[in-house]
Design a protein around this ligand. Structure first.
Ligand SMILES: [Zn+2]
Length: 377
């Protein structure tokens, strides 16, 4: 029914000469259609996406689809193997300290001269030429840069070279301890309701080095630039960061549900040939990126996380309480200051999305992330 292939991509080498490799799976249909790119595990501890890719491959054995689907588990072999004691770290390059998902490339200076040159061209010609321009940029970075690249850039650019040839890109991550949530470009808001994910963060056209942005920002910028010149084009490119719950765990049954949610979205995008995968009915909440707030701990201590994910938390209700055993017995001196238990709350309603993975926190640790000013999608 479809052509299956596996490639082993070499993305770098370690001090001992050990090769850094990434497995790349491709499913190619005989019927023309959109190109889809899905990767997982760019951050070391965020492993559920690998299980989702497994389930997607299993399901797609028996499902008719159009176009081409590229699936890349273990997208970052360095982060994947970055253990410290019983924990996987792998959110930041341990050598440079840079977030592994902030190393992709987009130079927005290429867009204005391009639109000028192609203002009179046909839509298909524009799309093909711009895709080629993006590819040339990355190949130039990878192969014609005598000053070299960091380990992370070399990995990121090789992934990006594959991803930016696709119409649809999904970068599978997880939070620390987290509900499922989706980072969605504002223009693709309608698509968010086809994933089986209850929480969506709507993000603007600002490039900050992440995989999803590296794929939608160029096309969004191009469309906007053409619009300024009086020409309306929709390239129909979409790219999302899909946060699949908590880090450090896989659940193959949940992964099957996650895969079905992705296939529901891909059905909507005309990748699947029939309507078998439909979005689950649920209340989907959204907020804009500036309203997606981090709540930092006002004090050090041991945290008892109280607020449930996905349940609107009324003003004044506690997010968490902090245990300070060092204050125990001192509360005769100053009750307020020396109470061994402190409740933390906000003066307005929020929707808790995720919290820090450990119970012991310093003053200033990011305790919770919440939707403020949220609405039903
Ligand atoms: Zn991540």
């Amino acid at each position: 029914m479809c052509e299956f292939s596996k490639q082993v991509l070499h993305v770098g080498e370690m001090a001992s000469g050990v090769q850094l490799t990434i497995p790349v799976y491709r499913l190619k249909s005989a019927i023309a259609g959109p190109k889809v790119y899905i990767q997982a595990n760019m951050h070391g501890a965020e492993v559920q996406g690998n299980a989702v890719i497994f389930q997607l491959l299993e399901i797609l054995k028996n499902v008719e689809f159009k176009g081409e689907i590229t699936l890349v588990p273990y997208a970052n072999p360095v982060a994947c193997n970055h253990k410290n004691g019983e924990y996987t770290l792998g959110r930041f390059d341990p050598i440079t300290g840079v977030n592994w998902n902030r190393m992709y490339h987009f130079n927005d200076a290429i867009v204005a001269p391009f639109t000028e040159q192609f203002l009179q061209a046909g839509d298909d010609e524009i799309e093909a030429a711009f895709k080629q321009l993006l590819l040339d940029e990355i190949v130039n970075k990878l192969e014609h840069n005598q000053y070299g690249l960091t380990t992370g850039q070399r990995i990121a650019y090789q992934l990006q070279r594959m991803a930016q040839q696709a119409d649809i890109v999904l970068d599978l991550h997880t939070g620390p301890i987290s509900s499922k949530h989706l980072y969605c470009p504002e223009y693709a808001k309608d698509s968010a309701s086809y994933f089986n994910i209850e929480h969506t963060i709507l993000i603007p056209n600002e490039f900050d080095g992440a995989m999803d942005e590296a794929n939608f920002c160029p096309w969004w910028t191009l469309q906007t630039e053409f619009q300024h010149l009086g020409r309306k084009i929709n390239f129909n490119k979409e790219s999302f960061t899909v946060e699949l719950g908590s880090q450090e765990q896989i659940n193959l049954e949940v992964a099957k549900e996650d895969a079905r949610g992705i296939l529901s979205y891909l059905t909507y995008k005309n990748v699947l040939a029939n309507e078998y995968f439909k979005p689950v009915k649920m209340t989907r909440y959204a907020c804009y990126l500036p309203d997606y707030k981090a709540f930092y701990s006002p004090m050090g201590g041991m945290v008892d996380y109280l607020a449930e994910f996905g349940q609107p938390l009324p003003a004044g209700e506690p997010l968490a309480r902090i245990l300070r055993m060092d204050n125990y017995g001192d509360d005769q001196l100053d009750k307020e200051l020396n109470d061994p238990i402190h409740y933390l709350s906000l003066d307005h309603e929020v929707l808790p999305i995720l919290h820090f993975a450990s119970a012991s926190v310093n003053q200033g640790t990011e305790l919770y992330k919440v939707f403020n000013k949220f609405f039903v999608l």
